[in-house]
Structure formats: C-alpha cells, structure tokens
Design a protein around this ligand. Structure first.
Ligand SMILES: NC(=O)C1=CN([C@@H]2O[C@H](COP(=O)(O)OP(=O)(O)OC[C@H]3O[C@@H](n4cnc5c(N)ncnc54)[C@H](OP(=O)(O)O)[C@@H]3O)[C@@H](O)[C@H]2O)C=CC1
Ligand SMILES: O=C(CO)COP(=O)(O)O
Length: 340
C-alpha cells in the first residue's frame, strides 16, 4: 500500500497537531484524536489548537475528534504522539479497533520503566498485527506548523512502510530520511532529553560557548557509550535523530527539557518547574531510568550522573560542576569506536 486513504494521529498536544497538520495539508483525510471532548470540538470549530499551538491555522482536511473508533476504525496509518507515561494505556485502547496490517508509528521520545522498554517495543507487545515504525528528529512542533524547513527520520525494518510514510509526510518544508535502525533512532531521541536539561541549566548559570560546545560533544560521547553497552549502533547517533536533535534541544528554549534545566538553575524545585511548563518533559523520567541502567551495566556517564545528583540527590550545582571539571582524568578519552 503506497497511498493511504485515511490517517489518524493520537494525541491532542503540540507534536500530534504538527504531524496531523502535515498529513492533512498533503491532501490526506486526517483525524486527530484527543481525549478531551470539549477541546476536540473547539479545535474542530476554530481550526486552531489554541492550547498548544496558538495562532496557527490548521488544514481543512484535519478533523479533530474525541472518538477513537471514528479516528482509527478506517485508518491505514496511525501516528502516536502521547507522552511515554500514558503510551501503553493508549495503545491498549487502540488494539481492539485497529485494522489488521495498519502502520503504527510512534513519535514519542521516552522510555517505560518496566524492562527499560522503548515505545515501539510497547507497540510490538500490545499490537498483534501492526506494521511498526518510529518518527524522530530535530522537530519543534511550532516550527513545523510555521513551515520552517525541517528534516526528520522514519525508522523501521519495513521498507514499504518507510516509503509510504515518506510519501505521506514529505512536502516542500518537511523531508524524511530513512533508517533501518529503529532501536538506535528511538534511543537517541529519548537520551538527548537528558542533555537538553544539562545545557539549559548550564546556560542559565551563565556558561559560555566553550562550555556548551564541550557539554554537547561529551553528551554525544556519553550517549554513544551507553548505546554500545545496550548492543545498539552508536553510529546511528550521528544522524538527525541523534546529534541533530541533540543540537536542537540543547541550544533552544523552545525545548521544554532545556527550559526545565534553566528553571532548576534559577532555583525552582523540580516539581514547580514541571508544573510551570505544563507539557511533556520526558527527560526527567528518562534520566532516572538511564542512571539506573548505567549503574547496572557499569557505564561511565558523568553528565547524566551529575544531573541525577542535582535533581534527585540534593547535590549543589556548584559542587557538581567542580567535581566534573576537577576529577581524575583517567576516564577522559575522546570519542572513537575503540574506546566508547
Ligand atoms: N518525534 C519528534 O520529533 C517529536 C516528538 N516529541 C515527543 O512526542 C511526545 C508528545 O509530545 P507533545 O505532543 O509535544 O506533548 P504535549 O505535552 O504537547 O501533548 C501531549 C498530549 O498527550 C495527551 N495525553 C496525555 N496523556 C494522555 C492519555 N492518557 N490519553 C490520551 N491523551 C493523553 C495530552 O492530552 P491533554 O491535552 O488532554 O492533557 C496532550 O494532548 C513526547 O514524547 C515528545 O517527546 C515531541 C516533539 C518532537
Ligand atoms: O524533541 C523535541 C524536538 O525535537 C522537543 O523537545 P522538548 O520535548 O524538550 O520540547
């Protein structure tokens, strides 16, 4: 199947709206499902998602609705843009109504605590008969709906799915690159959120360009080292869904993870910072899980450990920074295949 008749996007937030609007603008009949009935009616009527992306007019081909059966019952392609903590719950609602052989694409950048499970693995566990893919890349929803030129990655072992999604979403401002390493693409998208918090924090403390360049580069090395211990391919992190997304979210306050880091540096509590942002901040939970996994596997991750100390162990930011810069140099070797 190369020309889907109907597309469904699950999630009424920023990224769900951006993806639904691309598919709809490309001429596909697209349903965006959201849990809140009143909000769905409001988006449908106003042709704008004023809660999440105020000021952007949505395509006439987009139907916002709160009825999952209506959205998904006839869909050939389903995108899921639901935060990781609710991803399995929504997938379980989807399972009984999905047509056999439907393509289901996760756009969620997070990890589930039990079994360190990535979202496309949740799809594998919950959906018997679906064709599975992952969409991930340096993609602020606000810039997508503003038609800024954007690149992203569609990852799957299923080559026909890749071609179909490329055809479905590509436009003069949105380009999709193919990757067969679904696990690596998905892992990169989840890990970079940790380092967006780190650089947000560093920037708010007044760190200069030298510091941010060091943090970004060492973050990539740390991500690669972690991937290697999970038998994933660290080279995947050199693409848009790895270093591309790392650069984006570690340098912009459009990133919620970056803004959380800034708020912590300004003295806010974690709870207050998350509440003020009011949208998905995946990096906090990802940090907890990655720190636990790194300890289990014995992976050296000084930046993630330092952030964990600040967010969850009451370490002072100054002490952590001093320790990072003043520690033994034994482990400080540059990024190469040999010493990841
Ligand atoms: N692939 C990519 O390139 C990108 C991926 N993302 C990822 O996509 C995911 C979603 O991000 P984003 O849209 O920005 O997040 P938002 O916080 O903007 O929106 C989340 C949406 O999910 C809905 N939701 C939450 N829990 C449930 C539930 N149990 N049932 C139904 N709906 C639920 C919320 O509903 P309500 O409004 O009612 O609270 C909200 O509409 C995140 O993992 C994020 O990291 C983000 C940007 C780019
Ligand atoms: O993943 C994103 C852009 O690629 C969005 O980042 P935040 O979740 O930090 O806002």
């Amino acid at each position: 199947m190369t020309n889907p008749q109907q597309v469904a996007v699950l999630g009424g937030g920023s990224f769900g709206t951006a993806i639904a609007n691309i598919a709809a603008s490309n001429g596909h009949k697209t349903y965006q499902w959201m849990r809140n009935k009143e909000r769905a009616a409001k988006v449908q009527q106003a042709r704008e998602n004023s809660e999440y992306l105020p000021g952007y007019k949505l395509s006439d081909n987009l139907t916002a609705c709160a009825d999952l059966q209506e959205a998904v019952g006839s869909a050939d392609v389903v995108f899921i843009a639901i935060p990781s903590k609710s991803f399995r719950e929504v997938t379980q609602l989807l399972a009984p109504i999905l047509k056999s052989g439907t393509m289901v694409i996760s756009t969620t950048k997070g990890i589930e605590p039990s079994g360190f499970t990535l979202m496309s693995q949740v799809l594998e566990q919950e959906l018997n008969d679906a064709r599975i893919g992952v969409l991930s890349g340096p993609n602020f929803a606000k810039e997508i709906v503003a038609h800024q030129q954007t690149g992203s990655v569609i990852a799957s072992e299923d080559e026909e799915l890749i071609s179909c999604i490329q055809e479905l979403l590509c436009s003069s401002t949105f380009r999709l690159y193919a990757n067969s390493d679904r696990y690596g693409v998905e892992l990169g998208g989840a890990l970079k959120n940790i380092y967006a918090i780190v650089t947000g924090l560093a920037t708010a403390l007044g760190c200069g360009h030298n510091t941010i360049a060091m943090l970004l580069t060492r973050s990539l090395a740390e991500m690669g080292r972690f991937a290697k211990h999970l038998d994933a391919d660290p080279l995947t992190f050199l693409g848009l869904a790895g270093v591309g997304d790392l650069i984006l979210t570690c340098t912009s306050d459009l990133s919620r993870n970056y803004r959380l880091g800034m708020a912590i540096a300004q003295g806010q509590s974690l709870q207050q910072a998350e509440a003020d942002i009011g949208q998905a901040v995946e990096g906090v939970n990802t940090l907890r899980l990655v720190k636990q996994k790194a300890d289990e596997l014995g992976v050296y991750m000084p930046l993630a450990s330092a952030l964990h100390g600040i967010l969850f162990e009451d370490y002072s930011i100054g002490d952590v920074a001093d320790k990072l810069m003043g520690g033994e140099q034994n482990n400080d070797v540059e990024y190469s295949q040999k010493n990841l």
